[in-house]
Each structure stands twice: as structure tokens, then as C-alpha cells.
Write a protein that binds this ligand. Structure first.
Ligand SMILES: *Cc1c(COP(=O)(O)O)cnc(C)c1O
Ligand SMILES: [Zn+2]
Length: 419
């Protein structure tokens, strides 16, 4: 039932069959899934997609699975929220948040990529799945592996948030933390993948895994009424999601689901881990790795595998990128929560903080339709903001105590005279 034609090297174009392969043997370039778009164009329509279940599999013709999808029945098709209050604060009339804080089952964009990777791991006949993770991938792999009935090994840096360790172990996964940063974890996992032959969703299954990220872009276009935004701001860690949002927009045009339009694509990184933004600002192609140091741990990757493609896509689209400091990230998390009732993790604070800079630079203009990508939920990273919020008042259970407090807060007079 699939429209996949094979794997193809992004650099030299060499073709490979569908297999658990991720690098080109000739030039070491990354492999990507290719499709027969003419056939897809004949097979899909807006009406057909609109009639389907509200999950990422509504775009199955553009995803690399053969079998009837069973993994991720509640993943994807998250809300695109029209943000009037935040928009008013930022001076934008058409501001939208693509809200993956409510992606299921593990509250981040990673439920998308993992649904596809684990579906593919099953088709290939793997019995053990694994990943190198900054935290959100860990929880997603652990949850989806449990549902698929696969054995699961998770590798993360030792300093990840508690919610990500508990949120992986609970599903029965074997969790191993590494004394080192993500880039150390990733290097070790490449060796383990070679030696043990497991399905590492973001290593040997990477071509399939990354395809799942397109669904974030497909949904934005469908939810805008089958058109593209003028601007979209996307976080960058390893560099998966940003180029895949661009691929999603291109494919929708290719198969006739979207008629026209060009979106400017903007990259957001945390200042403490911004190797792609440094290269963008310097105007060079070479990304110099950094040692990450930021509260935005889920996007703290110092040596991004697909950073080069982020640069390429951002430049070709006419977009740009900025980095946000930890205090700016925290302020943005609070602003989003206070204006729209959306509690993002630091990756989301990063995209919003960067969007604010891009508006100030007039790279994003007031009358344009702008989408900010919020990719993870703040309840998994409470420690990132716990130290920067007001402490609650503590009083005895007596009305006079509350009356006195209310008076002190200064809201009392206004409320009483209004009544
Ligand atoms: C993984 C992740 C990203 C983006 O990572 P890429 O590797 O660039 O796709 C963004 N936000 C959150 C919350 C993540 O967990
Ligand atoms: Zn090649």
C-alpha cells in the first residue's frame, strides 16, 4: 500500500533499497526516503484526508510504512491555536501556536517521529528498540515500545530532568544514563547499534524516524485551510524537524494539496547551545561544535547531525535564526502561559523568545501570518522554572486571615466597590 520508491543519498543521489540503513556507502551522506509523487497525487485529496482519524496517520501516503498503522493512534493532529492575547502583546494580528505540548502519549513532538520509527522497526522484524536521547525521545520510545511489545533500552545524559527519567522507566524500559553530554551519548550509541544490532530509532532507523517530523508541517498547512503560513519559527537541536517542515510544505505542493505559497522558515536555538545560529550569523556552511550549557536540555545538542540542512533550508526560504538566553527563555515560558494558557518546556520558551527578537528586527512583520512551534510540555521540566516563579502564600484556614491578605494584595478595594 505504500508509495515509497526507496532510500536515496541526500548528497550524491545514490539509491538504496528500503532497509535499516542511514548513511551512504559511497559518500557518507545521510539517506532519505523517496516517493512516487505522481502516484500520490492521483491517490490523495483534501476530502479523503479530512475524513480520516485525527492522528498523524491521516497523511499515510507520504509516510514510509507498508502495514496498517497501529503505533501512535493518539499521536499527532495537535491544535493550531489562534493566539489573540499573545498576538496583541507582540503586535501580530495573525499569530498561531502549533501546540505539541498536548501531543500524546508523551507530550512532545517526539511522539510523531517515534510512531513512524517503531512501526518500521516492527516491519523490519526487530525485537529491541533503543535511542540516544536528550529526554523527550526517551519517554516517547519507551511508551510506544511498550505498546508495540518490544524490548527497550534508553540512553540519556546523566543531567536530564527527573520527569524524563521517571517518564521512561515507568513504561518498563531499561534506562541507562551516561556521564557526559548528548554528543557523548550519541557516539556510544552508534557503537552499540553496530555491535548489538538493535533498532536505534534516531541512528539506523533515522531515515524513517525523520519522516515522521513532516506531519508537524502537514498539520500546520491543513489546519490553516490548506495553505502555508508566511513565517514559521522552529526549534533546532539535532536538526530533524526544521528541514522536515520544509519538506512537508514542498510535498503538499508537489501532490496538489496546497496550491501555492512560500513560507519563510526561522531557526531557534538556546544561546547555550547554538552552533547552527553561530554559522548562520557568520555566513558559513561549517558548523563548529559547542559544549552545551543551557536550561533548554531537550535541544542541547552541541554537534547537530543535520545542522547543515537547517542552514540550507533557512537560507533558501529567506528566513533567519536567533538564539535566546536562559533568562529570555524563562520569560517567554511565563508570557505564553499567562496569555494563552499553554505551559511549554524550555524548547518552547526558546522559539517564542526568538520570535520576539525576529519581530523586533522586522524580519517578521505585523500583518503576516506567523506560526510559532511549541514542541514540548512544561510539566516534564518543572525544575527549569521552579526557581523563578512567585511562591504561594500560606495562611491558616480562617476567613480573617484571608481578608487581611486580600487587603494587602491591593485587589480588595476594587472588588468591594464594584460589588
Ligand atoms: C527533540 C526536540 C526538538 C527538536 O529537535 P531536532 O533534533 O532539531 O528535531 C525540539 N523540541 C523538543 C521539545 C524536542 O524534544
Ligand atoms: Zn552518497
Amino acid at each position: 500500500m505504500s508509495f515509497v520508491t526507496g532510500l536515496k543519498c541526500k548528497e550524491c543521489g545514490q539509491e538504496y533499497p528500503i532497509a535499516p540503513l542511514h548513511v551512504c556507502e559511497t559518500c557518507f551522506g545521510p539517506l532519505e526516503v523517496s516517493y512516487n509523487y505522481a502516484k500520490i497525487r492521483a491517490a490523495v485529496s483534501r476530502a479523503k484526508i479530512e475524513a480520516r482519524m485525527h492522528n498523524l496517520w491521516r497523511y499515510r501516503e507520504l509516510l514510509p510504512v507498508e502495514s496498517e498503522p497501529e503505533i501512535g493512534p493518539n499521536s499527532g493532529f495537535t491544535p493550531l491555536v489562534h493566539c489573540r492575547r499573545l498576538g496583541a502583546e507582540l503586535g501580530l494580528k495573525q499569530l498561531y501556536i502549533k501546540d505539541d505540548t498536548v501531543n500524546h502519549p508523551t507530550l512532545s513532538y517526539k511522539d510523531r517521529v517515534v510512531s513512524v520509527a517503531i512501526s518500521k522497526a516492527r516491519e523490519f522484524g526487530f525485537t529491541t528498540v533503543s535511542c540516544a536521547s536528550t529526554g523527550n525521545l526517551a519517554t516517547a520510545v519507551a511508551a510506544h515500545a511498550a505498546r508495540a511489545g518490544l524490548k527497550c533500552y534508553i540512553f540519556m545524559p546523566e543531567n536530564v530532568e527527573a520527569g524524563k527519567i521517571v517518564g521512561s522507566t515507568i513504561y518498563g524500559a531499561q534506562v541507562i544514563t551516561i556521564r557526559g553530554n548528548y554528543d557523548d551519548v550519541n557516539r556510544l550509541c552508534s557503537e552499540i547499534a553496530d555491535k548489538y544490532g538493535w533498532a536505534f530509532v534516531n541512528i539506523n532507523l533515522r531515515p524513517y524516524y525523520t519522516e515522521g517530523a513532516k506531519t508537524f508541517g502537514f498539520e500546520v498547512a491543513e489546519q490553516l485551510g490548506w495553505r502555508l503560513p508566511d513565517n514559521i519559527v522552529v526549534p533546532t537541536a539535532g536538526g530533524t524537524i526544521l528541514p522536515k517542515v520544509a519538506k512537508a510544505f514542498k510535498e503538499f505542493k508537489e501532490v496538489g494539496l496546497v496550491k501555492e505559497g512560500e513560507a519563510k522558515i526561522f531557526s531557534a536555538q538556546a544561546a547555550g547551545s547554538a552552533p547552527v545560529i553561530h554559522a548562520l550569523h557568520k555566513g558559513v556552511d561549517l558548523i563548529t561544535p559547542v559544549k552545551p550549557d543551557t536550561i533548554a536540555k531537550s535541544i542541547a545538542i552541541g554537534n547537530p547531525a543535520d545542522g547543515y540542512y537547517v542552514l540550507k533550508v533557512v537560507r533558501e526560504s529567506g528566513g533567519w535564526g536567533e538564539a535566546a538566553s536562559d533568562p529570555e527563555i524563562i520569560d517567554a515560558i511565563k508570557l505564553l502561559a499567562r496569555t494563552e494558557g499553554i505551559f511549554a518546556e524550555p524548547a518552547g520558551g526558546t522559539t517564542l523568545a526568538v520570535a520576539i527578537k525576529l519581530i523586533a528586527q522586522r524580519r517578521i512583520k505585523p500583518d503576516e501570518l506567523t506560526v510559532i512551534s511549541i514542541t514540548g510540555n512544561g510539566y516534564k521540566t518543572l525544575e527549569a522554572v521552579a526557581g523563578s516563579i512567585e511562591k504561594p502564600f500560606v495562611i491558616e484556614a480562617r476567613l480573617q486571615e484571608f481578608d487581611a491578605l486580600y487587603e494587602r494584595l491591593g485587589d480588595g478595594k476594587r472588588a468591594t466597590s464594584a460589588a
